[in-house]
Design a protein around this ligand. Sequence first.
Ligand SMILES: [Zn+2]
Length: 247
Amino acid sequence: MGSVINLFGVASLGFTGITRSLIEQKVPEQTGRNIRLRGAQNSKVIHWDIITIGNLSRNRYWGESDERAIRSAICTCSVISGEDFHVIIDPSLDDEKAMGTELYRRTGLTPDKIDVVFITHQHGDHIAGLKHFMKARWLAGSDVASGLNNSASLPKQIESAEKSLLGTIEVIPTPGHTPDHQSLRFDFKGMSIIIAGDSVATKDFWDERRAYYNVKDLTESKRSMEKIDTIADIIVPGHDNYFFNLK
Ligand SMILES: [Zn+2]
């Protein structure tokens, strides 16, 4: 209450009757906003967590040129959990100890408790920690899977994902950043949440519907963002913290 009264600059007057009526009139004006959520209430997902918040190798919104990398990129890595499953998306850390530490710090899980690893697309920063999850199934869109199985020297094969993971998480094509890029969508407490991988780079890029500098197809990229805009309440981008998709 104190902070609200101070907000209107009348606390020092001591007229509690006046301040209360000011609050009643002003708070609804300032905060009243109806947001229609797009997700279902009944979902098998009981928890979701960001494991590492990603960053880009260069960021035009920080005044940096697109021309060259000035730091190493880490992707945003997340976990979706149900009663009987844990899915990690885009395991981000090459160092085994660091990957295990971040996973444990954010979820209490050890890597051997992960059932499925899902990879959104082939870029190296999104598979850096894949090798630390040898007990899990490795899944990706069919073209991503075959591309990686052919080009990367992985200790085991990546399988083609169906349209749904564990009957709960939708696999959604979001081409543009790469032609075969896939995102994941799930429901959680009435919200529709998209793990967008690099189809959305960061919140700033999203706000301008701008593709990252290394995008393969700008038109496709924009179309994918428009699709995400129609279905997502919360977006987990490839290289930033999650954010709400508010108009
Ligand atoms: Zn990428």
